[in-house]
Design a protein around this ligand. Structure first.
Ligand SMILES: Cc1ncc(COP(=O)(O)O)c(C=O)c1O
Length: 409
C-alpha cells in the first residue's frame, strides 16, 4: 500500500493557491475544461510575447531555442518517453488526427473503441469507417462502467491476419470520473499485436501516466486541462517504432526536408508529425506547466484530487434530489451528477451565481457514454491542486440552495 512517505510530503494546497491568482476569484471546478494556470505559466507566455514585440517572432524564437527543447524533454519525462518520441500540437485532437491519419486505415482494418471515446475522436474515426469502410466496433462496458476487458480480448482474438487493429480509448472521459483500465488494455493490445492509441487528455498531469507500463504505441494529451498550460497547446507521444513505420498524411516543412522535385526526407523523430507554425509563447507556457507538474509530483496531485473527489461524491450523494452519475470505476478528480427536476445547464447557471464554476456535459459530447446511459446531460465538477475544503463547501452549499422544483399540477 502506498503511504504518504512514498511520495514525500502531502500537497501544499495553500502554496498552490498562492501561485494561482484565479483561485481567489471563484470556486473553479473546471480543470477538465480548462484549469487555472499559475503565475509562472502566464509570465512565461507574456514575457515571450514582449520579446516578439521587440525582436520579431522568428528572432525571438531563436533566442529561446533551449527553452523550447526543454518542452520536449519535460513532456518525455512526465510520460516516461524519450524526447524524440514527443511531438507538439495545438490540441489533443490535432495530435490524434495526425497519428491516426498516418496509419492510413483501409477496408481491411479495424478500430476497436471504448464507450469513453471523446466526441471529436469518435466523429473522426466514424468518418473513416463511413468513408473508407474501416470496421469500427464499440467495445462493451463491464459492470464497473469501464471497458469490458473480456469483450476486448474476444474482439482482438477475432482479427484477421495481415490486417491492422487499432484500439483507441480515453484514459478518463469527458463525461465522468471513470478511469479506464489502461494498463490491462495495453497488455491485451500487445498480446494480439494491435496498435494502441491512448487519449490521455484528461489524465496527464492528473494521474501517473507511464507509456512503458501502459504499453501504448501513441498517446495524445492537451495543455490546458490538468497540465494547467495555456490554451492551444498539446503534445503526443509516438513510440520510436511506430514513428519509423508511419509517414504523416500531410508532410509539413517542420517535419520534412524537401530534397528534390518530388523527394523529401522525414525527420527521424516524432516531429515529423508537427506543423511549422505554432504559438511559441504558448509552447513556453506549456514548458513552464510541465516543469511545475514534475516539480509538484504527479503522485501528490493524484492523491489530493482522488481523495477530494471521493469526498465530494459522498457529500453530493447525501443531498436531496442529487444523483452522482459516476460509474463504480470512477477514481479521478472528476465528479459528475444530476439534480432531479433541474436541467444540468440550469444547475450550472445557478451555481455560477454563487461563484461556483462547473460545466454541463451534454450527450452530444459523449453519445457512446451519456447517450447510451439515457442521460441528456450531466453537471461536471473537476478539481485541481488549488481546490480546497472551502471550495468544496461552497459547491455543496450552492447545490443545496438550488430552488425547489414545483410539484407537477
Ligand atoms: C477525453 C478528452 N479527449 C480529448 C479532448 C479534446 O482535447 P482538445 O480540445 O485539446 O483537442 C477532450 C476535451 O475536452 C477530452 O475531454
Amino acid at each position: 500500500m502506498k503511504t504518504s512517505a512514498d511520495c514525500g510530503p502531502l500537497l501544499d494546497v495553500g502554496a498552490e493557491r498562492a501561485r494561482t491568482p484565479g483561485s481567489q476569484a471563484a470556486h473553479h471546478f473546471n480543470a477538465a475544461g480548462s484549469a487555472l494556470p499559475t503565475t509562472r505559466v502566464v509570465d512565461s507566455v507574456v514575457e515571450h510575447l514582449l520579446l516578439e514585440q521587440t525582436h520579431g517572432g522568428y528572432e525571438a524564437a531563436a533566442m529561446v531555442i533551449d527553452d523550447l527543447e526543454a518542452v520536449y524533454s519535460s513532456a518525455a519525462r512526465l510520460v516516461g518517453a524519450t524526447p524524440a518520441e514527443i511531438a507538439l500540437f495545438d490540441s489533443a485532437t490535432t495530435g490524434l488526427r495526425a497519428v491516426v491519419d498516418a496509419l492510413r486505415l483501409s477496408r481491411a482494418d479495424r478500430l476497436l473503441m471504448s464507450r469513453s471515446t471523446y466526441v471529436s475522436h469518435a466523429l473522426h474515426l466514424a468518418s473513416l469507417a463511413r468513408e473508407r469502410r474501416v470496421e469500427l466496433l464499440v467495445v462493451r462496458n463491464g459492470p464497473d462502467g469501464g471497458i469490458d476487458l473480456g469483450h476486448l480480448d474476444d474482439l482482438l482474438a477475432s482479427g484477421r491476419a495481415g490486417t491492422r487493429t487499432v484500439v483507441c480509448l480515453a484514459h478518463i472521459p469527458t463525461s465522468s470520473g471513470l478511469v479506464e483500465p489502461v494498463a490491462a488494455v495495453g497488455e491485451l493490445a500487445a498480446r494480439h499485436g494491435a496498435t494502441y492509441v491512448l487519449d490521455a487528455t484528461q489524465s496527464v498531469g492528473h494521474l501517473r501516466v507511464d507509456v512503458a507500463t501502459l504499453q501504448c504505441d501513441a498517446l495524445v494529451t492537451t495543455g490546458r486541462k490538468f497540465l494547467r498550460a495555456p490554451r492551444g497547446t498539446g503534445f503526443a507521444y509516438v513510440s520510436a517504432a511506430l514513428t519509423a513505420e508511419l509517414a504523416p498524411a500531410a508532410p509539413d516543412v517542420r517535419g520534412a526536408h524537401w530534397t528534390g522535385d518530388l523527394d523529401w526526407e522525414l525527420s527521424p523523430t516524432a516531429r515529423r508529425f508537427e506543423s511549422w507554425e505554432a504559438s511559441i509563447a504558448g509552447r513556453l507556457g506549456l514548458g513552464a506547466a510541465l516543469a511545475e507538474s514534475l516539480e509538484r509530483g504527479v503522485d501528490r496531485s493524484e492523491e489530493h484530487l482522488v481523495a477530494m473527489a471521493e469526498s465530494l461524491r459522498h457529500d453530493l450523494d447525501a443531498l436531496p434530489r442529487v444523483q452522482v452519475q459516476d460509474p463504480p470505476a470512477a477514481r479521478s478528480g472528476i465528479v459528475t451528477f444530476t439534480v432531479e427536476g433541474t436541467p444540468a445547464r440550469q444547475v450550472v447557471t445557478e451555481l455560477a451565481a454563487h461563484r461556483v464554476r462547473t460545466v454541463s456535459v451534454p450527450a452530444t459530447h459523449a453519445q457512446w457514454d451519456l447517450g447510451h446511459r439515457g442521460l441528456d446531460a450531466v453537471v461536471r465538477a473537476s478539481l485541481h491542486v488549488y481546490n480546497d475544503a472551502a471550495d468544496q463547501h461552497a459547491l455543496l452549499e450552492a447545490v443545496a440552495a438550488l430552488p425547489a422544483v414545483e410539484p407537477a399540477a
